[in-house]
Ligand binder design. Sequence first.
Ligand code: NAD
Ligand code: IPM
Ligand code: MN
Length: 357
Amino acid sequence: MNKYNICLLKGDGIGPEIVNEAVKVLDCVADKYGFQVNYDEALLGGSAIDAKGTPLPQETIDKCKASDSVLLGAVGGPKWDKLPGKERPEAGLLGIRGALGLFANLRPAVIFEPLKSASPLKDEIIGDKLDVMVVRELTGGIYFGERGRREADGEVEAYDTEQYKVSEIKRIAKVAFEMAMKRNKKLTSVDKANVLEASRLWRETVIEMSKDYPEVELNHLYVDNTAMQLVINPGQFDVILTNNIFGDILSDEASMISGSIGMLASASLSDSSLGLYEPIHGSAPDIAGQNIANPLATILSVAMMLKYSLNEPKAAEAIENAVNKVLAENRTPDIYEEGKNKVTCSEMGDLVCKALA
Ligand code: NAD
Ligand code: IPM
Ligand code: MN
């Protein structure tokens, strides 16, 4: 029997609530498909600050490295918002991405059939099917560039630096081209090459790499136009390749294609088989502790883990099918529509397990 060691980073806010449901589902699917999952837990973000005085304890890095895969809830919240940048919960998240070398972040914006009417986009804009894969660079760019404050002309100036090496662009572009080859062979590289030097290098490098992928239809869009195109004609996109900060923003926007930010899963991948899986949303402090968060983004992140790290594709597909089935009648408040059953976070986890049986 295959055995997997999963490190859980439940995090803050709704983090523990949604991870508990995802674990419930992973246990159900493990039973059904005959593999075993062992869990370890580690602290990240605000909970780590409170317990250990740092958002990313060394023990957390060690436990993640010793595992087959990592499942993360979300970090952050108002309690820690006044801390200096390097001490904030979010610094822990960036730190673990860097420490594990998780340069490739896959964020699939898909619409589940029963949720078509829950999307804020009109039916004619959604069309038959929407399936956009955002490939976001995750360990470079302005998130990891030099930042600070200095005196300038007698006042305080703050700066953050957008920077990319050719090798960093190449390795993420490779992931996106390979992804496009497995899908509809269409790749849109998103940048701001009309203004930013880092974007001009990005575009040049992507064009150079496209020679290795003659079958992939490549186009380039500026990020501002992309933001608009995503809501007026999302069907034009297959794979979107972009940098760290544009990918962050565009994936929240793309999540509304799927009906709610509570639906969008993600995989953060490295050069090794170790991956980290997390919903794209945050710790949602406004609804934490009420058992009303949508756990499906985290449950679908488990499906991505089974597909990309654990080589259990049948189990991954079973979760996606179960989610589709459950959504026909049951909704958490964020995707609620009249005539459906309004369910809690934990009921949603139970329903997915039941649908798997
Ligand atoms: P957020 O994603 O936490 O919340 C935005 C809105 O979406 C809120 O109204 C929230 O209630 C709703 N929402 C989010 N997830 C939901 C879910 N699963 N079900 C139902 N509704 C959901 O973004 P924010 O409010 O800008 O940030 C809150 C905190 O989370 C901040 O500290 C931020 O830094 C952090 N954050 C962390 C991550 C992460 O850990 N990966 C991601 C984004 C934001
Ligand atoms: C995300 C989040 C993080 C990011 C923050 C919390 C550091 O918004 O995972 O999308 O910007 O990458
Ligand atoms: Mn984000």
